[in-house]
Design a protein around this ligand. Structure first.
Ligand SMILES: *Cc1c(COP(=O)(O)O)cnc(C)c1O
Length: 362
C-alpha cells in the first residue's frame, strides 16, 4: 500500500505524514480502547476531551504561547476568518490596516469592505504581480489591527521578517506556513490557519487569539460568529469538527516527537526550499517568478520556457510519481508545495526528475 503512494506536492489539501495516517488507520475502529471509532465518540466524552486538550497544549508548547493566548478550533476555513475579523474587531469608531500580497489578502480585504468597515490598504505588491513582500510600510498608529498574509500560497512569497507595527496587533493568515518555523508570537493579536495545508486535513481552522482582542468583540453578533463564544466554551459551544481536530493533534505530536520541534522543522523546511531554488536558479530552463528575499519556503512557484513544456512537465512528472505540480489556475505555471510532511528525500527526487526533464527537453 505505502509503496503505491506518490510524492505529493499538492497545495492543499496536502500531504500528511505517513506516521499520522498509519496511526489514524490503526486506531480508527477502536479508539483508545473505547470500543468506538474516533468519529463515533461523543465530543463531550473524556476521549475527545483528551484529544482537544492535547491539540491545544501541543500548539502552546510548539509556539511558546503564554497565558495571554487562547487556541481555538473553528469551522468555515480561513475564508470565514476574512469576514469574522472585521466583524469582531471593527466598529464605527476605528479602522484597520491591510497589506495586499496576493489572492488571499485581496479576499480578506474584500470581506472587510463588504461589511462597510473602515480599512486602509497601506501597502501592496500588485504593481509587480505580487512577486515580492513590501517593505518600509507606514502603518496607522491608531489602527485596531494590521492584517497580513504570512505566506502567499498562490504567488509563492513569504514574509521573512514580520513588520514592526509599534504595538498595533498584527493579525496574520498563516494558513500555508503555520508550524513551519519559529515565530515571535508577541506582536500578534490573532493568528489563523486553515489546517489543510500544513497541520491536518480540511475541516478545521486554528485560531490563536490574544485575550485582550476579545474586549473589542461587540454584542449583537450571532453566537457562531463571535470569538468570545469559542473562547468561553473552549471551542465546544456546538459539535466541533472532531476528526479534523484529532488529526491535527497527531500532526502536532509528529512535529514535536518525531521531528524534534519547530526549530528542527524550520531547518528541514529551509533545506528543502534551498534544494529547489538553487537548482532552479542555476538551470536556465526553469525560472522562479519570485524576487530573492521574498521567496516562500512552502510553495515554490516556477515557470518553464513555454506553456506547452509546462503541460508536458506536469504530465511526465505524474507518470513518474510526482503529483500536484500544476500552478494555481489563476497564475498557471508550476508549483511545488513542500509543507512540513514533505521529506527532503521527496524534494531531492523531484530535483532529480527536473534535471532529467531539462536534459531531455532543454
Ligand atoms: C488556502 C488558503 C486560504 C483559504 O483557506 P480555506 O480554509 O479554504 O478557506 C486562505 N489563505 C491562505 C493563505 C491559503 O493558503
Amino acid at each position: 500500500m505505502e509503496d503505491k503512494r506518490i510524492n505529493n506536492f499538492n497545495a492543499g489539501p496536502a500531504a500528511l505524514p505517513l506516521e499520522v495516517l498509519t496511526e489514524i488507520k490503526d486506531s480508527f475502529l477502536n479508539f483508545k480502547n473505547s470500543g468506538m471509532s474516533v468519529v463515533e465518540v461523543s465530543h463531550r466524552s473524556k476521549w475527545f476531551d483528551n484529544v482537544i486538550n492535547d491539540a491545544v497544549q501541543r500548539t502552546k508548547r510548539l509556539l511558546n504561547l503564554d497565558a495571554r493566548y487562547e487556541v481555538l478550533f473553528l469551522q468555515g476555513g480561513a475564508s470565514l476568518q476574512f469576514g469574522m475579523i472585521p466583524m469582531n474587531f471593527l466598529n464605527a469608531d476605528n479602522s484597520a490596516d491591510y497589506v495586499n500580497t496576493g489572492t488571499w489578502s485581496t479576499k480578506a480585504i474584500k470581506e472587510a469592505e463588504i461589511q462597510n468597515k473602515k480599512i486602509t490598504v497601506v501597502a501592496s505588491s500588485e504593481d509587480k504581480n505580487f512577486s515580492y513582500i513590501p517593505e518600509n510600510i507606514q502603518f496607522n498608529r491608531d489602527a485596531a489591527y494590521v492584517h497580513i498574509t504570512s505566506n502567499n500560497t498562490i504567488k509563492g512569497t513569504q514574509w521573512k521578517n514580520f513588520p514592526d507595527t509599534e504595538g498595533v496587533p498584527v493579525i496574520a493568515d498563516m494558513s500555508s506556513d503555520i508550524m513551519s518555523r519559529r515565530i515571535d508570537v508577541d506582536r500578534f493579536g490573532l493568528i489563523y490557519a486553515g489546517a489543510q495545508k500544513n497541520i491536518g486535513p480540511a475541516g478545521v481552522c486554528m485560531v490563536i487569539i490574544r485575550k485582550d482582542m476579545l474586549e473589542l468583540v461587540p454584542d449583537g453578533l450571532p453566537s457562531m460568529l463571535k470569538y468570545t463564544t469559542y473562547a468561553q466554551k473552549k471551542s465546544m459551544y456546538n459539535t466541533p469538527p472532531c476528526f479534523a481536530i484529532y488529526a491535527v493533534s497527531l500532526v502536532l505530536k509528529w512535529i514535536e516527537e518525531t521531528c524534534g520541534g519547530l526549530d528542527k522543522m524550520e531547518e528541514i523546511n529551509k533545506e528543502k526550499a534551498k534544494l529547489l531554488y538553487d537548482y532552479i536558479d542555476n538551470s536556465g530552463f526553469y525560472k522562479s517568478t519570485v524576487m530573492v528575499g521574498s521567496r516562500s519556503d512552502m510553495n515554490v512557484v516556477f515557470r518553464l520556457p513555454s506553456e506547452d513544456l509546462e503541460v508536458q512537465f506536469i504530465s511526465d512528472a505524474l507518470k513518474n510519481g510526482f503529483g500536484g505540480l500544476k500552478g494555481h489556475r489563476s497564475v498557471g505555471g508550476c508549483r511545488a508545495s513542500i509543507y512540513n510532511p514533505t521529506s527532503i528525500k521527496a524534494v531531492s527526487a523531484l530535483v532529480d526528475f527536473m534535471k532529467i526533464f531539462e536534459n531531455k527537453m532543454g
